[in-house]
Each structure stands twice: as C-alpha cells, then as structure tokens.
Design a binder for this molecule. Sequence first.
Ligand code: HEM
Ligand SMILES: *[C@@H]1O[C@H](CO)[C@@H](O)[C@H](O)[C@H]1NC(C)=O
Ligand SMILES: *[C@@H]1O[C@H](CO)[C@@H](O)[C@H](O)[C@H]1NC(C)=O
Length: 513
Amino acid sequence: MALTISPTVLLVSGAVVLYALYTRIALYLRRRAFKKQHGCQPSYYRYNKDPFLGWDVLQESITNAADHKLLAGMQARFLKLNTKTFHSRQVNVPLITTCEPENVKTVLSIKFKDYSLGNRKAAFSPLLGDGIFNSDGEKWSNSRHLLRPNFARDQVADLEAFERHFKLMIKHIPSDGTTFDLQQLFFRFTLDSATEFLFNHSTNSLRVLGDDSGSAEAAFAKAFSSSMDDILQHFRAGPLHFFRRGKKEGLEAVRVCHEYVERFVDEAIAWRRERDVGNVEEKEGDRYIFIRELVKQTTDRTALRNELINVLLAGRDTTASLLSNMFFEIATKSGIWERLKEEVKFLEGRPPSYEELRNMKYIKWCLNESLRLHPVVPGNTRLAIRDTVLPLGGGPDQKAPLFVPAGTTVGYSPYTMHRRTDLYGPDAHLFRPERWDTLRPSWEYLPFNGGPRICLGQQYALTEASFVTVRLAQMFDRLESRDTNGGVWVEGLGLTLCSGNGVLVGLVKGEKA
Ligand code: HEM
Ligand SMILES: *[C@@H]1O[C@H](CO)[C@@H](O)[C@H](O)[C@H]1NC(C)=O
Ligand SMILES: *[C@@H]1O[C@H](CO)[C@@H](O)[C@H](O)[C@H]1NC(C)=O
C-alpha cells in the first residue's frame, strides 16, 4: 500500500524546516559579522573533558565541596590551564569564568546593560521577592533609587548602638583566657545591630545568656538562617533544585521571616500616618532608623518588607564573616594585635568617634587585607542577555576580545583574582596588612563589587567592623589562637565566606592570665 502524504502537509513542513534553517543561518552570519567587527578570536581554554554535560567538572566540585576546598579548587583550574579566562559547561549552561580585572570591569560596569543576575533570582525570590538584591532592569533601578539616599549620609552607622550591642557581647567573653568561639558572637552582634538599624527593633540575641528558644526574636533568627540554607541548597542544585530536600521547611522559614518583619513595617506605616497629621515630631539628632526613612518615601507594605529583608541579607552575614576571617588571621600571626593596641592607645579606653575611626590606618590595612585574602563574596555570576564581548580571553595569548553569546553565564572569581601573584606578589597567599602601605588597586581588588551595583553598605560595614576591633583591642591585652587545625584557615563557604572551624581564641585581660 502506498503511503500518501497530503501536499499541504508536505508544503507546511517544508516551510517550517526552511524557516528554521534560515534563522540558523541568519544568526550565524550575524554573529560572524559581530565577531569580526569586535576583533574577537576563539578561546583556546576549556576546562571540561566532557563537553556535553560537564559531569567531570560537577564531580570535581562535589569532591572539593566535601573537602572545604571549593575556592582553592576554582583557583587551581585557572592555574592548571595557565589562563585567566576559560570556558566550561554546567549541565545545560555554557560558562565563561574569568579572573581578569578588565573582563570583570566590562561585565559589571562598561557593558552592565548586557547582563542580568541570571539564575540566582529563582533561588532567592521566595525570601527576597523583587527587592534590590534580587531584581534587574527597571525594578532594580527603582529599588536602588529608593534605598540609596538612606546610605548617602556619611554617618549612617550609629556608633552608640554598636556600643550598646558591644557591651552585651562582652558579657559572653571569658576574660581569663578560656577558649571560646568569636565567630558565633560576631554573627549575633551583626544580627542585633542590623535589625536595630533596619527594623527599629533589635533581635537582641546577645542579651540572653541562656536558652530563649521560645521568643519571637529567636524564632526569627533561626528562620532567617534556615531560609539562607535553603537558598544555598537551591542555588547549588541549579537545574536539579526540584529534587533537593527540605523544600517545605524552607518555605515555612520564609513565612516566619516575612511575618516577623511585617510587624515592624506596620508599625512604621502607622508612625508615618501619625507624622502626616502632625502627631509625632522628629528632632534634630534623633538616631538614624532605616525603616523610618524608607516609610517617608513609600507605604507599600510588600515593597518595604522585601527591601528590609534584602538589606538584612546583604549586610548581616557579610560583616560578621569579615570580622571572623580577620580575627582568625590576627590571632594566628604575631605582632598584629600589639600594633592594633598601639593604634587605639590615644583613646585611653573611651569609644572612638566616627572621625577617629576613619583615621585609623592600621585597622583599615587589616580590613583590606582580610577582604583581599578571604573576600566574603568570593565568586559571583552574571548572565549575558544579548550577544556581547569581553575585552580579553580570545586567541592563544588571550589578548584578543572574546565573543559571549546571549545565554552564557559569566562567572568571576574575586578569590582567585585577589591571590594572583602577578598582581599581588609571590606572597599573595599570606595575610600581611603592611602590603597596603603601597597598594592602590583598582578593579583587581573587588570585595564590594563595582559599577552600578556596587555595595551600598560598604561604609556601614567598615565602620561596624572597625568599631568592634577597636573596642576589643582596648579591652584585651592578648589575643591567642586556640584553633584546632594548627592555625590554618579552613574555607567556610555558605552564601558568604567565613571560617570553617570558627574562630576559637582566648582573650586575656591584664598581665596575668
Ligand atoms: C564586609 C561587608 C560587605 C561586603 C564584603 C559586601 C559585598 C557586597 C557585594 C560583593 C555586593 C554585590 C552583589 C551582587 O551584585 O551580586 C553587595 C551588594 C549589596 N550590599 Fe554589600 N557587602 C557588605 C556589607 C553590606 C552592608 C553592611 C549592607 C547594608 C547595611 C550592604 C548592602 C548591600 C546592598 C543593598 C547591595 C545590593 C546593591 C545592588 O544590587 O544595587 N552590604 N555587597
Ligand atoms: C520605633 O520604635 C519605637 C518604640 O521602640 C516607636 O515608638 C516608634 O514609633 C518606632 N518608629 C518607627 C518609624 O517605626
Ligand atoms: C583599602 O582598599 C580600598 C579599595 O581599593 C582603597 O581605596 C583604600 O585606600 C584602602 N585602604 C587602605 C588604608 O589602604
């Protein structure tokens, strides 16, 4: 029996095939012209041996994660290929990874509009909604306009509030040199001060010495950290995130966080109404409260809640991680604590002013050096939303521009960049604050990001971290590492980078231990 196909079907399928072919060829020609116009050359550096799904790289990453060596593993890829920019593939996503300052500057600044945040949005959105940290384009631009003025004032950080929380932190520190974990205290300290600054109500987790697991504050702190864990799981699982465990618990944690913050949003909206009818007055010298400034600009309940949670997420763990990494290094090196004590001597024990803090050179060196060696946001990605180009990475010597097709993820690694020996010298892997005496880096130093999305809280974070450092240096004569790994820092990589084994130290007051 003869198989008959109607001529119409034939004609239609023929047209479909032709059209597909036509668009393919048109894309090919367009890209060829684009590459030629920009002088692009092909890349000679590819990390995968398995070019289809990239299982080899995935497996290597799983091993590295288990060994707490994800970042060293990333650096090793660059070294192994002897390159600053290479291609790889993660399941279905083509990746270009770079540690070349000029390329990073191009992604974050010069060709900012060619990129979006890409796949990070899905993981973060249950908790963050479309707040500043998790949106692109016009949405992001609106958020940035809303929040930026609140950071513009030089002195957003409230030193009196830091001092109050610091006094509570001190109560947890044994003054006889008994070993304890500073990192845990730093995470509580930054939560308490950030929630006071942002919500007008502190979680006061340092106020309690025993068990307070029943309080709303403790429930929030726990839910906030579970939400972050779930985000991390979702993020790491990538396209396979549906199979991750604990999805339901993650959503429940998000609900608890939202509910907790909404109370303060409602209070602030009520405050604004009272103010509008003249029932409350603001005085010059009132302490600075983020939520109060925000509610003057909008009374959109969801927007307020989202932005507050976004800023808390951006600002809390980051600053605690900076303090932890820095104290880990200071405690294990001789001479640094003494030099810090020397620098704060002139205060004769009183808390520093904002101006005094800003003028402390050695503390700044230590902070800069810590953020160089252990950048708390050690890697990041952007997604190319149109065909674009990187200035370096093409050709055998990598000096030619490199074509980036739309849909490519571009990853950059401040961790690797900050440890490049050609940029920082042969001792780049060492913590040596003195190197900042002469260093004046540009895009090769990127702890706070750059371009239009540069960190809004940089000044706040540096003020907070220097304040805590000054106060501890004033109070304790000796800082001794009691690390269980011989003083070798271990990667603690969650959403931020802290010390994997905590910061076990002994602090000693007075001459006798
Ligand atoms: C040592 C402490 C900190 C470090 C290293 C740090 C680093 C960063 C980095 C790398 C980004 C860019 C993320 C990206 O675009 O993918 C960022 C963004 C941001 N940071 Fe920080 N941050 C710190 C502390 C803070 C603090 C204390 C606050 C607020 C009080 C804050 C508020 C923000 C905000 C709102 C953004 C989003 C900006 C935007 O997308 O337009 N950060 N930060
Ligand atoms: C801040 O908290 C105080 C109570 O501690 C309250 O009286 C005030 O209205 C709050 N302000 C805002 C803007 O929420
Ligand atoms: C710390 O690094 C920043 C960014 O490069 C730089 O502007 C600043 O001068 C450095 N601070 C010190 C004290 O070296």
